[in-house]
Design a protein around this ligand. Structure first.
Ligand SMILES: Nc1nc2c(ncn2[C@@H]2O[C@H](COP(=O)(O)OP(=O)(O)OP(=O)(O)O)[C@@H](O)[C@H]2O)c(=O)[nH]1
Ligand SMILES: [Mg+2]
Ligand SMILES: [Zn+2]
Length: 338
């Protein structure tokens, strides 16, 4: 049997039930081939932005997406009561975006780092709104402690300050995904690179510095080959950037691997405890206790690490309960079918 319509395409945007696809420099729309994606007996990945998919190309209407090809990286989000959702895929860098003003929380950064390390991409910290910040030193100090070895950039999307230092990320063949809370300036950064208002941006509510969730869908864009910054300075582009909506709350799931990378220092310390099953409470020869006492490890960082472990345990329990429910539902459907 031959099918000359078989192609692969890249998912550039996800709308409610439609996917914006790109193949051979041609933009078109696709839908899921329902039978392939909603078969209750199989667990399949739903396409997300950045995915490479197999399609049945249709010249006159929506093409049919039949399969998601293996991903080199993926960033997952957990939504209460629903299976994990892939936010974006196949990126090289995760731009963890935080603003250099009131919204700055180091514990948030630690969570984002965990998710980034776990995704398979390389985290890069992008501190926005540098034009609004008088004293970035105190932020940077905390960041260097929380994210040793991770690149940090202070930028302003308004003036373009700090962006030329990031030029090497924007090169052709590279893909980056924006990650960060609502209102930190992810879309503004994208727009400055694109040289136009590609994504809508929004104000933030002054009272609580909480974003309004301006971006509601995920979009992948090609940067111009030459990026012109607000100052008129030109840098090289050509790569791809994925904008995402701000995450109100990032629930970390199955973070073990990510934990090891962003809390490597703690893992290493724990490995030096006298007892391999040390609970780090009152055992003799506990390297964690010692580090806490002499200040090598800050109480705050230790607490964040513990919170993360707790959250992970909770999330695993919830997942188990959910899988049980789904399993039961599947059995019922099978039984009905006879
Ligand atoms: N002064 C200044 N304001 C900025 C900068 N970047 C963003 N803003 C402002 O911050 C607000 C939020 O920016 P957005 O780009 O919409 O934020 P976002 O992260 O995309 O938010 P969501 O789409 O809700 O996740 C807007 O009012 C922007 O004008 C900056 O570098 N300097
Ligand atoms: Mg946005
Ligand atoms: Zn110990």
């Amino acid at each position: 049997m031959k099918n000359i319509m078989n192609k692969t395409a890249t998912v550039m945007a996800v709308h409610r039930e439609r996917y914006e696809l790109l193949a051979e420099n041609h933009m078109f729309y696709g839908k899921l081939k329902t039978a392939d994606f909603y078969n209750v007996n199989e667990r399949v990945e739903f396409p997300t932005v950045g995915d490479e998919v197999e399609i049945l190309f249709n010249e006159t209407g929506d093409s049919l997406i039949t399969k998601v090809l293996p991903r080199k990286s993926v960033f997952m989000r957990q939504t209460m009561g629903l299976p994990d959702q892939a936010v974006a895929a196949n990126f090289d860098y995760v731009f963890i975006t935080m603003s250099l003003n009131r919204d700055f929380h180091i514990s948030k950064l630690e969570r984002y780092l965990t998710v980034a390390w776990q995704s398979g991409g390389t985290p890069v910290i992008v501190l926005t709104k540098a034009d609004l910040c008088e004293d970035r030193g105190r932020y940077l100090e905390q960041i260097y402690e929380a994210a040793p070895g991770v690149d940090v950039f202070c930028i302003s999307s308004l003036t373009g300050e700090g962006i030329p230092e990031m030029e090497h990320f924007f090169a052709e063949g590279r893909t980056m995904v924006m990650l960060g809370s609502s209102g930190v300036g992810k879309s503004s950064f994208v727009n400055t690179l694109m040289g136009k208002e590609e994504m809508a941006t929004g104000g933030i509510r002054e009272a609580d510095a909480q974003g309004r969730h301006t971006t509601t869908h995920r979009q992948c864009m090609f940067l111009p080959k030459e990026i012109v910054l607000p100052s008129g300075e030109r840098i090289m582009g050509g790569g791809r950037i994925i904008d995402t909506p701000g995450m109100r709350k990032l629930i970390v799931s199955e973070v073990e691997e990510g934990l090891k990378s962003s809390f490597e220092d703690i893992e290493e310390l724990a490995a030096c405890c006298k007892f391999s099953d040390c609970t780090h409470k009152s055992e003799p020869g506990c390297a964690i206790r010692r580090a806490l006492e002499d200040g090598t490890l800050s109480e705050k960082r230790w607490k964040t690490y513990q919170d993360m472990l707790r959250e992970e345990a909770f999330s695993k329990e919830r997942k188990k309960a959910m899988m049980k429910k789904i399993g039961k539902a599947r059995k019922e459907i099978k039984a009905k079918r006879g």
